[in-house]
Design a protein around this ligand. Structure first.
Ligand code: LRH
Ligand code: MN
Length: 432
């Protein structure tokens, strides 16, 4: 049975329905922006150039330790995950890369998988290792850690797994490797803080030595979970120290959900940009812990402020500034494809709004110690409805003016439900 896909003619047909409001709103916004000496078409080009990677583990339904409520037509293997990533890319046009997680996505035939992805206009972004779960055939358990485990044999096993990820990534054309470890302790005294970090660096130096010349290594910090008392790579400071220690190919990745509530993440971003060590992002949103909620769904102003720092660095030609943008979310109660599309749109929205900031007026207000004028420069941009720009950017790139409506109208999920009967013992494809 051939697998159903949304064809370009169907997207064009749906776009016809939405065209009247887009053209009217686009023209109106164009006039408004012209008064600010802003060329709306220039912003459309910027929106079209924006790119964010989709996490393979994001297209399956996620869950919590309490429960997972599987959706219909769930992807059952890496090919169906890539197929769904292809559908997202077809509709929103800003997600041409997929970030894989090993061993969840370990391909039997890397070349076959690469062809399958390329046929859908996709390529592979940063690889992700997994030493936070024990695999059935594994010799040593990661219960008490992986790259920082007191037992050298366990550390060596974790190092070997990361090097295997590099080999798979090389075959798939990836150019970066993300290392997040859950290593830490649940009790005071359980871990020697300094020794654990020394063991981390010893292990990471071996992985770094195996990194191909043109690759980057991304260190991902997280303040807690799965360890609930101490975490070895708990904050950006520790990550930055390690990236400096490891060398020029090591950088610090900022997962938005990996910070204590109310931490000023946009300031951490500014620091890592200034220090030339910003790897990029795992975008998501959260209210309490590492909730992995949809980007821009809880704190859209924070997302905008983060993009304000990124656009400022881009416009000022900061050296070494080449951040990798990825989504890292868990979709427990929505259709993952809809959530990922909406999240990708929210990132482009924040990016375009950050390009609307009158930066000379902002700098003047900052130099004149005029905080309210400074804030109003940001708020003016943040409160500008750029939806027409985002819609035109998608449409000019062959995508959908209204991705969610077009996706729902297509009946894609129902068709996948017919094509993807549940497989006995198939592992869940989302984060649980
Ligand atoms: C850890 C994390 C990490 C991934 C995992 C799926 O919380 O953010 O980036 O490996 O989620
Ligand atoms: Mn992450």
């Amino acid at each position: 049975m051939s697998s159903f896909e949304i064809v370009d003619s169907f997207i064009a047909e749906q776009n016809e329905k939405a065209r009247p409001w887009v053209e009217e709103d686009y023209e109106h916004l164009g006039k408004k922006l012209r008064r600010q000496n802003v060329d709306i078409d220039d912003l459309v080009s910027k929106a079209q150039a924006f790119r964010v990677a989709v996490p393979s583990w994001g297209v399956g339904t996620g869950g919590t330790r309490f429960a997972r409520f599987p959706g219909t037509g769930e992807p059952r293997d890496i090919y169906e995950k890539v197929e769904d990533c292809g559908t997202i890319f077809k509709l929103v046009r800003s997600t041409p890369t997929v970030s894989l997680h090993i061993p969840w996505d370990k391909p039997d035939d890397a070349t076959k998988l690469l062809d399958f992805a390329n046929t859908r206009g996709l390529s592979f972004d940063a690889m992700n290792s997994n030493t936070f779960q024990d695999q059935p055939s594994q010799k040593h358990s990661y219960k008490f850690g992986s790259l920082t485990h007191p037992d050298k044999a366990v550390r060596q096993q974790a190092v070997a797994h990361n090097i295997e990820c590099l080999e798979i990534g090389k075959a798939l054309g990836s150019k970066a490797h993300t290392v997040w470890i859950g290593d830490g302790g649940n009790f005071p005294g359980q871990q020697h803080f300094r020794h654990a970090l020394e063991r981390y660096l010893e292990s990471m130096r071996e992985i770094y030595a195996a990194l191909p010349e043109d690759w980057r290594m991304f260190i991902e910090h997280k303040f807690y979970e799965p360890a609930f008392y101490s975490t070895v790579i708990n904050d950006w400071g520790t990550s930055y120290y390690c990236a400096r220690e490891l060398g020029p190919k090591a950088f610090c990745l900022v997962d938005l959900g990996h910070h204590a509530p109310n931490v000023n993440i946009e300031m951490i971003v500014a620091r890592l940009i200034q220090f030339g060590k910003l790897a990029g992002f795992h975008f998501n949103d959260s209210k309490y812990g590492d909730d992995d909620l949809d980007s821009g769904s809880i704190k859209p102003f924070q997302l905008f402020l983060i993009f304000n720092e990124l656009v400022d660095a881009e416009l000022n030609g900061v050296a070494n500034f080449n951040p990798a943008y990825m989504l890292d979310q868990s979709h427990n109660v929505t259709d993952p494809i809809e959530s990922l599309m909406m999240s990708a749109v929210e990132l482009v929205r924040a990016f375009v709004q950050a390009h609307l900031i009158d930066r000379s007026a902002l700098a003047e207000a900052q130099d004149k110690c005029d905080p309210l004028t400074a804030l109003s420069m940001l708020k003016q941009a943040f409160t500008t409805d750029v939806a027409p720009i985002l819609a035109v950017a998608r449409e000019r790139a062959g995508g959908a003016i209204d991705p969610i409506a077009t996706y729902r109208q297509s009946g894609y999920r129902l068709r996948k439900n017919e094509e993807r009967p549940a497989r006995k013992g198939a592992a869940s494809s989302g984060i649980v």
